[in-house]
Design a protein around this ligand. Structure first.
Ligand SMILES: [Zn+2]
Length: 211
């Protein structure tokens, strides 16, 4: 679900075949970000836009995690801080634009929401299947797997919002789901930033002792 993903993923020691699978998952996530963001704009759906940002965040997280394999704690924590801050900005943007939409009369296109929500679910199920055989691997691999599963739950929430919009002919179900996602982005960003700063402090302590 929104902003849950892989912020503590470190892919040290993973096999080349697992790396190839991760690249495929990154490509799927990046493509779905573009599709879902475009659809969210077209359908005027906040929930679709929030779900799209989760795909972007995941693509960046996996990409960065692969890029910093074997790098120093300094580089890793800087990457984690960048991820946390970008997640914070995403959360603030989704929250702000969702609150703004509360005061704008309009009903999102439930049909587009439902179809694209289903495509997003298919993309996440594909990611789960790509990573499935590794689910009993180490904790990081496990977190990637759990994350894709949680994202699938988020996609179902988008489809339920579509159903709610269609049923009530109001934008409220869309705004409520988007608001929950924004909240998850924000809490997750605070956790990531806090954890990165803590790791950085610990590392500074070790260096001090050693020196
Ligand atoms: Zn995610």
């Amino acid at each position: 679900m929104a902003g849950c993903c892989g912020h503590d993923a470190k892919f040290d020691g993973v096999s080349d075949s697992y790396k190839r699978r991760l690249w495929a998952v990154i490509a799927i996530n990046a493509a779905m970000f573009a599709v879902e963001m475009g659809a969210g704009q077209m359908a005027q759906s906040q929930a679709l836009k929030a779900d799209a940002l989760d795909f972007l965040g995941d693509a960046l997280t996996y990409g960065i995690s692969l890029a910093v394999i074997g790098a120093s704690v300094q580089v890793r924590t800087t990457a984690a801080l960048a991820k946390g801050v970008s997640l914070l900005l995403m959360g603030l943007w989704v929250m702000g634009s969702t609150i703004y939409r509360v005061f704008v009369v309009g009903v999102p296109e439930a049909g587009i929401m439902g179809v694209v929500g289903f495509m997003a679910l298919a993309a996440n199920v594909a990611s789960v299947l790509l990573l499935m055989q590794y689910k009993d691997g180490d904790a990081n691999v496990r977190s990637v797997w759990l994350c894709s599963r949680n994202d699938a739950i988020g996609n179902v929430a988008v489809m339920l919002a579509a159903l709610g919009v269609w049923g009530t002919t109001t934008g409220w179900p869309d705004l409520i789901v988007a608001g929950i996602m924004a909240g998850l982005f924000l809490t997750s960003s605070v956790q990531i930033i806090r954890q990165a700063l803590e790791e950085r402090r610990e590392e500074a302590g070790h260096l001090h002792e050693a020196g």
